[in-house]
Design a protein around this ligand. Sequence first.
Ligand SMILES: Cc1ncc(COP(=O)(O)O)c(C=O)c1O
Length: 404
Amino acid sequence: MQNTYQIATLANKEDKTSLSFLSERVAKQTVKFHSSFKEYEPTPLHRLKGLAEYLGVKDIFLKDESFRFGLNAFKVLGGSYAVVKYIADKLGKTVDELPYEVLISEETRKEIGELTFVTATDGNHGRGIAWTANKLKQKAVVFMPKGSTQERAENIRAENATCEILEGNYDDCVRYANQMAEEKGWIMVQDTAWEGYEDIPTWIMQGYLTMAYEAYLQLTLAATKPTHVFLQAGVGSMASAVTGFFASIYEDERPIVTIVEPNKADCLFRSAKSGGITFVTGSMETIMAGLACGEPCTIGWDVIRSYTKHFLSVPDSAAAHGMRILGNPIKGDPDIISGESGAVTMGVVSQLMYRDDLKEIKEEIGLNEDSIILCISTEGNTDALRYRELVWNGLYPNDENLKK
Ligand SMILES: Cc1ncc(COP(=O)(O)O)c(C=O)c1O
């Protein structure tokens, strides 16, 4: 069934995977590395008091990743950390020995030689890799799936990268990028893992801990902790990093995590239902470009199956709803520009709270007047034209009017 809300819920697991690679100790390391960038600043965590009152929950917090390094999305955190880990390994150094100024220096460039990083992307990850490679004066080659918009490709080319839109879907692009890496001796920096390709995806997940750790510190400063966290997923690397970190830091008091995916690319929802990694194949047409991935990250899945409770497969309208409510807030709340993949969790929370037909799902997740909710707006208007078409005119990509 498509275009509806569906829920899958996992029973508590005894055989939980280790979280040592997503611990506070690692998070402190990634924050230290990212803090050495002159662009670094923690992104805001907004308390949406008006919306919480309106929806009938205790509190709503929203972390706004549109402010990340001027790149309008969180993804650069993972790519940049993976690149520094790769270079540190190659040079036999530690990440601590390679803060930003050293990393981009001519000496490091000479020591490491010429590199080409290659990746597949729906947009944000590739832009992060291109941005990092550009800072290092190294090359980046980026492949995007069919249907990717020119604006997203141009943002990548603006970082001096080669960017090509291919005929296949996201997972086809991943395979193609890997093939090119093998043929040409390029370095594949992919935000998903499979057997035999695990180091770089692990480092990417660890890079996302900077975001999770900031949120934890900001919540602690506000003298609170979330009861419910909603995380959007493509391959699930980001969701598993945040889930793993919160499980590690909050231990027995960890929040209930719900993973949110588009109906057309709900590979984690299907994996939860079937009890093992399950793929979605073919074209995955959704307005949530960043979440249009059909093959879960294997390392991420281990964390998710151990520590996540619920999985929601949701229609595109939930994302459009989220974009509108965040951009048109209740008086007193800030207005937040949130893109399709960024806004979907807030749209879901809102619809669960007010729609009668979703009451059973709301109750299964346990949302009520005592709930303290955390969502992450993982991107701003990374495609400004599409953002306007959706928010101003209510048009969807398949809408004939959008093609005019
Ligand atoms: C804006 C945005 N949010 C969320 C995600 C999901 O991240 P992951 O693929 O690690 O699940 C992506 C992935 O590209 C994204 O671009």
